[in-house]
Design a protein around this ligand. Structure first.
Ligand SMILES: Cc1ncc(COP(=O)(O)O)c(C=O)c1O
Length: 252
């Protein structure tokens, strides 16, 4: 992944002296005034943006910059949280300690979780433009957290994610130009948006529900309790679909 982005944020500096666009902006060029920066917010794994996983050094650099300039670090765990990546929070994969975590979707409510020094007066805050934020939804979220623990779903998400990735790699589909993600946050990339859209549509007709992300990627996000058999079935359908789309494109 570091090589797939030229913005500088995802560039892994192998010399041990990382420089990023953010470091330049905040420090060297003074383009962004740290005293006027309320916070830095990032997704531990990009969701709509295309399931990109940042490098360890990028994440450490962000945390280090936030520390240096005393800027709170907010991680948006709305897609990457609640066990999706094989850890409870996507940020758990990295050596960072966020000040605020935002949670929704799998939690059934929107929740903002912080260290006590960020919101000293508040015990908790649950509200959302996503989900109902009511008592029933809150209970669903709490029971989901319990189920993740009781049924070892973090371990299952990590193992099934690896299985999915390996099976898609073994399928050796020339149309698939990249695979990436963490745990059950898994995406494949195609050469063009047209191919991706054709695969999403045909996969649906073949019985496999997927969703686009980024400009030309397709994501699969099975439930955390997905079984090996279900993963194998999904990859069979995916493989069949991609071969059909490739054949149709060749015939055009
Ligand atoms: C990663 C991520 N962050 C934030 C949001 C937006 O949440 P809201 O609609 O509550 O602003 C979404 C919505 O899908 C999301 O996927």
């Amino acid at each position: 992944t570091p090589e797939t982005c030229s913005c500088g944020f995802f560039h892994e500096d192998r010399s041990g002296d990382p420089t990023s666009q953010l470091r330049k902006a905040l420090g060297e060029t003074g383009y962004v005034n740290p005293d006027r920066t309320a916070y830095v917010v990032l997704e531990p794994v990009q969701g709509e943006g295309g399931y990109y996983v940042p490098s360890d050094s990028f994440m450490e650099e962000i945390a280090d910059l936030c520390d240096t300039h005393d800027v709170p670090l907010i991680v948006d765990e709305i897609q990457s949280g609640m066990g999706r990546t094989g850890e409870m929070w996507g940020s758990d994969h990295f050596a960072i300690e966020p000040d605020v975590l935002t949670v929704a979707k799998g939690a059934r409510v929107g929740a903002t979780i912080s260290t006590s020094d960020i919101f000293p007066e508040k015990k908790g805050r649950i509200s959302s433009t996503w989900g109902a934020g009511d008592v029933v939804a809150s209970l669903q979220g709490a029971l989901t957290l319990e189920a993740i623990e009781d049924h070892d779903l973090l371990d299952n998400a990590a193992r099934m994610g690896r299985h999915l990735d390996e099976l898609v790699a073994d399928a050796d589909l020339p149309a698939v130009v990249d695979r990436r993600g963490l745990g059950l946050m898994f995406a494949v990339e195609f050469a063009t948006a047209e191919t991706r859209d054709a695969v999403v549509e045909r996969a649906f007709r073949n019985g496999l529900l997927t969703l686009g992300c980024g400009t030309k990627s397709l994501r699969m996000l099975p439930p955390l309790d997905v079984t090996e058999r279900e993963i194998e079935l999904a990859v069979e359908l995916f493989e069949e679909t991609v071969r059909e789309v490739t054949a149709a494109e060749a015939a055009d």
